[in-house]
Structures are given as structure tokens and as C-alpha cells.
Design a protein around this ligand. Sequence first.
Ligand SMILES: C[S@@+](CC[C@H](N)C(=O)[O-])C[C@H]1O[C@@H](n2cnc3c(N)ncnc32)[C@H](O)[C@@H]1O
Length: 237
Amino acid sequence: MHNALLNVELLDAASEPYRNAGRFAYYFARGKLRADPVYRAILELGLLRGRTRVLDLGCGQGLLAAWLRAAEHCYARGIWPWGWPSAPRTLSTRGIELMARDVERARRALGSAAEVAHADIRSASFGAVDAVVILDVLHYLDPQAQLEVLRRVRAALPTRGLLLLRVGDAGAGLRFRYGQWSDKLVMLLRGHSMVTQYCRSTVQWRTLLKECGFDSEAKPMSQGTPFANVLLIAHAT
Ligand SMILES: C[S@@+](CC[C@H](N)C(=O)[O-])C[C@H]1O[C@@H](n2cnc3c(N)ncnc32)[C@H](O)[C@@H]1O
């Protein structure tokens, strides 16, 4: 089967559980998983392979957990794009999310397949994990809180443990500002009040990661979108 069709199978398998969480949750999941290149990249580049305990900070409605579960399911059935590495086999996926409504949607969709805590990442315990994923969240925290969260992420990981941090590149001009405004709009639609954003350029994010005990590389992560997002792939030193 053609890779595009296999991707649709994956998208269907990851979105289907959100039918239990209402129309908004279902269509939001389909739209985001289809349009956001980060989900595909995580599988296509094999970024989470060999990482069995995954922590998703600011997990929203739990899309990453649904995506990983769908990947495992599709891979086991032989429905897998040609040329991609094998699907990651996660033993536990834990999410932490501030918005009660998102936590509820995640729990309804994922059931016992993932744990979703209703808590603030500035104070919640991270436990001990193999990989931490933070997608489009850290800019909501002020600079001191960003530093403290990243230090605690480092403490939760072993040496060579993985952090996937997606951020907007504040050094990228108009595309970055477009992303900032669209982010504000989406947050308003999802029921947040107007939030302040604390952004940095890619270079500044990487400097902060270094300060917190990570070596990082940056990959552009907004293909097919008008934004200036970057995925920082960071390893604990
Ligand atoms: C743009 S959404 C991204 C959601 C998810 N990471 C994804 O990519 O689908 C940002 C999420 O971070 C959550 N968030 C922001 N500040 C937080 C905090 N201090 N603790 C926990 N979650 C937080 C928001 O409620 C929101 O769900």
C-alpha cells in the first residue's frame, strides 16, 4: 500500500478514540495530527524508539499518547509506511495538563491507556522517565519558570535521556509573529484567557538547554504550515 494511505490508517487509528470525547475533540485531533509535522517526524525519524517511559508536559488532550498507541497498533498489524523505522514501544505514557477540559477529553479518549494528571508543570512531580516531550508549551512560562522546569526535566532523565522540545523561533521574523498570533487565537478558542508569551530565538533556547544540562540540535518543524517552529532534540549530558 502507498505510504500516503498508510498515513491515513494511522491518522484514523489515532483520532478514532476521540469520538468518545465529543465532536470538538475528534475534529481537533484529526486536524492537528494531520497538519502538524511533528507527529509524523517523531515516527519517521524514530525519535522515541527505545524510550519506554514517556512524559508529555502540557499534553493538551493527549494527542501524543494517542498517536504512539496508534503507531504501535498499526505497526503490529503490518500497516506501516515503507522506509520508516519500527514504531516505538512505550510502556507508559504520562501527561500533565493544566486545563481541566483538556484533561477530561484526554481521559475519555485514552481511558486506562495513558495517565493524564490535572496539574501545573511548574510544581507537579515528574518522576523518573526515559523521554520528556514538550510541544508548544514552554513559552507560556516566565523565564525563571522555564529554567526551573528544564532543570527538573533534566533531573527526571538518565544521562543520554531525551528531551523533545518544540518552540517557535523568535528570531524568524514575520513567520514567527504569525505563529504567535495564531497561537493566541487557538488558546482563546480553547477557553484560555489572553496569555503572555515568553519567547526566545532558537539560539537562546539552545543556550538555556545547555545551562540546564542538555546538548541539543535544532530541526525546522513547521513544514506545510506558515509558522517558524523548531524541534529541539536534546540529550541529557
Ligand atoms: C498549544 S497547547 C499544546 C498542547 C500539546 N502539547 C499539543 O501539542 O497538542 C499548550 C498546552 O500547554 C498547557 N499548559 C500551559 N501552561 C501549563 C502549565 N503551567 N502546566 C501544565 N500545562 C500547561 C495548556 O493548557 C495547553 O493545553
